[in-house]
Design a protein around this ligand. Structure first.
Ligand SMILES: Cc1ncc(COP(=O)(O)O)c(C=O)c1O
Length: 374
């Protein structure tokens, strides 16, 4: 049947493709009776640590909690400044505020849209304690340059990898050049559970031990407590993730293949630019984000795609500092001018991108985009 509609998400297709594996994990957890902090969580944490090549992995309630629990474990708090992208999902900034620290928003670069190392440098003050580069859209930030800056100024580095799991730089793996890597497993992420979930991985024993305590009411052992919270990855979600983890690399490869088709077919379409991949990087294309050269054309392009049955979206059309009511009394500083972040927000259009897209659907998106008349 001819394609006339292309969805944005493929998680139901993904479930159907690996249903026996997922159902077996769920059944095992359900019949075990251990639903919270049980053996399935421990098993998944070990699998994730092995996969990431890290000493420790800790499951938590969601990606935002992975960030702020890591910040707390690293001693980040009121009076400290934490530098991050102005063009990120809102949660990165929220996680900084939860600790009481000041979020310092800096510009992205003009092509890849990941954080700009020069902008980081410009924003550093005596109060700067950490850098939180976001692997936006699935491409790693230039961690080698960021590591150099961090070493020069004695700063912590926490990777916001909610969008970038399975990615790598040309010369680095995630986590090799930072203190902690945080990720989100919310359903639409490249490795998604059936609801909310998150995790971090690290080689710091202190971070591992502290987050394990904090996520479970500050409890190191039965009946013992210190100040803490409740942020646990439950065993059902851990089971789902355990079933999916073995597929992530193939799924990424399929995303890269689809991105290659878009790249080749759309390179001559007038009025848009395509995502820019750094040489040698494994960009995992959590999102395939094109931009209109003229910001004024964005809404019309989005409408045109939607009118033709393509569920295109924006990520993110309002930069954090331009949200209504910003900053709601929260501690924040604009560390640089944010010209690139604003252009990104005004021009972005995310095309359907998930491993279960059929070649016919990809071709349909291409055909419709090629027929776009500005
Ligand atoms: C860049 C980024 N950081 C943090 C988060 C927060 O993750 P969660 O929604 O699981 O809290 C997300 C996604 O939602 C994200 O895309």
């Amino acid at each position: 049947m001819a394609v006339t509609k292309v969805p944005f998400y493929g998680h139901v297709r993904q479930y159907e493709n690996i249903k026996p594996e997922i159902d077996a994990k769920i059944e095992r957890v359900l019949t075990s009776g251990a639903y919270v902090q049980g053996p399935q969580l421990a098993e998944f944490e070990q699998e994730l640590a092995d996969y990431a090549g890290a000493k420790y992995a800790v499951g938590v309630g969601n990606g935002t909690d992975a960030l702020w629990l890591s910040f707390l474990a690293l001693g980040i708090g009121p009076g400290d400044e934490v530098i991050t992208n102005a063009n990120t999902f809102f949660a990165t900034c929220e996680a900084i505020w939860i600790t009481g620290a000041t979020a310092v928003l800096v510009d992205c670069d003009s092509t890849t849209r990941t954080i700009c190392p020069d902008a980081i440098r410009k924003a550093i003050t005596k109060r700067t304690k950490a850098i939180v580069p976001v692997h936006l859209y699935g491409q790693c930030a230039p961690m080698d340059e960021i590591r150099k800056i961090a070493d020069e100024y004695g700063l912590l580095v926490i990777e916001d990898n909610a969008q970038g799991i399975d990615g790598a730089g040309a010369s680095f793996k995630q986590g090799e050049l930072s203190d902690v890597v945080c990720t989100s497993f919310i359903i639409q992420k490249n490795l998604g559970c059936f609801g909310d979930g998150g995790a971090l991985w690290t080689n710091h024993k202190h971070v591992n031990d502290t987050v394990r305590r904090l996520r479970n009411h500050g409890s190191p052992a039965r009946d013992q407590h210190s100040a803490g919270f409740n942020s646990r990855l439950d065993d059902l979600q851990a089971g789902v993730l355990s079933a999916k983890l073995g597929h992530i690399s193939d799924w990424t490869d399929r995303r890269i293949e689809i991105a290659g088709k878009y790249d080749a077919a759309l390179k001559d379409v007038a009025g848009i630019t395509l995502p820019v991949r750094r040489k040698g990087y494994r960009h995992v294309y959590h999102l395939y984000v094109i931009e209109t050269i003229n910001a004024a054309d964005r809404d019309a392009l989005l409408q045109y795609l939607n009118d033709n049955g393509i569920d295109a979206k924006t990520h993110y059309s309002i930069a954090i500092h331009n949200q209504a009511g910003f900053p709601w009394g929260k501690p924040v500083r604009l560390g640089t001018d944010l010209t690139n972040a604003e252009k990104n927000a005004a021009s972005c259009v995310s095309l359907p991108m998930f491993p279960e897209l059929t070649d016919e659907e990809v071709q349909y998106v291409i055909d419709i985009l090629k027929a776009w008349k500005k």
